[in-house]
Design a protein around this ligand. Structure first.
Ligand code: PBG
Length: 326
């Protein structure tokens, strides 16, 4: 007997009923870049449709996020160049850019789930994600600073912290630091399988965070490895991660699938800057249909097993899904 698969594809009604994967606005987390200064909303050239916001202009993007029914944001701070130092002081300064941004957001909106990226590369003068000695990122010393950064974010009001540095043992250290100050209710979303990827290029331009020497291969993962990702994730879960992340998403769908099959905690996927910029660029040249391609990409990430997707398309995709824009 020939199985007639097409019977269940005949009309939209039945196709919708048998659909295995559905995207909704609450699947998305929107990254926001905050800069020093006043009255700034500048489009980021490498990420068209995304902006650098000064703190006073954050309320308008927060309102847009809420209206789109996106539930969470991920904050990235970009300090002034002259404030950067060897230890990334503006990252853990209580009056730093991210800390002030969180306070501002919490002042105007108590619903949006505020996640912060806990890392040092946007704040150090050498652009590496940790404390550097003799050209090498020192794991132990970096942990002390990551704890200070995470704690300062939470003290400012962050709902969740997301360490993205890839030092060994950071989840355990941050968990302990938060717990010791009574923040045992604050979850950690660990960038567990974060690959050393060329797809971060547009972000590094947007965040002015490219390493000033060398590369990140001694801490971020080799794109060739899959078993190692499971080991990284397992370690983070054992250290207390509440949500684990795979990053980038599109070229790592196999890792997302494996992680979601293997582990019983939520999996986040970060559809990174390069994935977004490629689609934007091809769409602007008329080569592809942006909306269809973007939604298909996001669907594939969810189908692979991601529970949530950090994406520069968050607001736009949420509006597409709800028919607010066509
Ligand atoms: C910070 C960080 C990076 C990204 C997120 N957090 C840059 C990097 O690791 O170089 C990249 C996000 C993107 O490309 O969209 N370490």
């Amino acid at each position: 007997m020939v199985r007639k698969h097409r019977r269940l594809r005949a009309r939209k009604e039945i196709r919708d009923m048998v659909s295995e994967t559905v995207l909704t606005p609450s699947d998305f987390i929107y990254p926001i870049f905050v800069v020093e200064g006043e009255n700034i909303k500048n489009e980021i050239s490498s990420l068209p449709g995304n902006y650098h916001f000064s703190i006073d202009r954050l309320p308008e993007i927060i309102k847009e996020v809420e209206e789109a029914k996106v539930k969470g944001i991920m904050l990235f701070g970009i300090p002034k160049d002259e404030d950067k130092d060897e230890t990334g002081f503006p990252a853990y300064d209580n009056k730093g850019i991210v800390q002030r941004a969180i306070r501002k957001i919490k002042e105007v909106n108590q619903n949006i789930w505020v996640i912060t990226d806990v890392c040092m590369c946007e704040y150090t003068n050498h652009g590496h994600c940790g404390i550097v000695h003799d050209g090498h990122v020192h794991n132990g010393e970096t942990l002390d600073y990551l704890c200070k950064i995470a704690l300062s974010h939470v003290e400012a009001g962050a709902d969740m912290v997301a360490p993205s540095d890839m030092m060994d043992g950071r989840v355990a250290s941050i968990r302990e630091a938060l717990d010791s100050k009574g923040y045992d209710n604050i979850p950690i979303m660990a960038y567990s399988a974060k690959y050393c990827s060329a797809f971060y290029g547009p972000f590094r331009e947007a965040a002015n965070s490219a390493p000033q020497f060398g590369d990140r291969k001694s801490y971020q993962m080799d794109p060739a490895n899959s078993k190692e990702a499971m080991s990284e994730i397992e370690a983070d879960i054992n250290e207390g991660a509440d949500i684990i992340m795979v990053k980038p998403a599109l070229s790592y769908l196999d890792i997302i699938r494996k992680a979601s099959d293997k582990f019983d905690i939520p999996v986040a996927a970060y559809s990174v800057s390069g994935e977004y910029s490629m689609v934007k660029a091809a769409a602007s040249l008329g080569y592809i249909n942006e909306k269809l391609i973007a939604l298909e990409m996001l669907l594939s990430i969810k189908r692979a097993g991601a529970n949530m997707i950090i994406t520069y398309y968050a607001i736009e995709a949420a509006k597409w899904l709800r028919g607010i824009i066509l």
